[in-house]
Ligand binder design. Sequence first.
Ligand SMILES: [Cu+2]
Length: 99
Amino acid sequence: MAVVALGYACQAKKADTTATDATMTDSTAVVGTELVLKVTGMTCEACETKITDGLKTLPGVLAVSASNLDSTATLTIDTTLIQKGLIVATIAELGYVAE
Ligand SMILES: [Cu+2]
């Protein structure tokens, strides 16, 4: 009995995962241009966080990660909502130089 019940639980979970995948596919259909910026001035993880937090709230920024070791910020953006110039300007406001 317990095994049967578990079996049903697994099936239900599988169905949920499929539904989530389908939703994610729909939302990423709009997406996404990768943009890699050279960022000067980052010295530690706090800098990375500052840039990441500052950029991820911008409309059109779908994903962002910053690396002080590589001196880069890598973004996935919706170019219909945001342009590179605004991202560079936002990074400048945060106290770093991006190009
Ligand atoms: Cu820092």
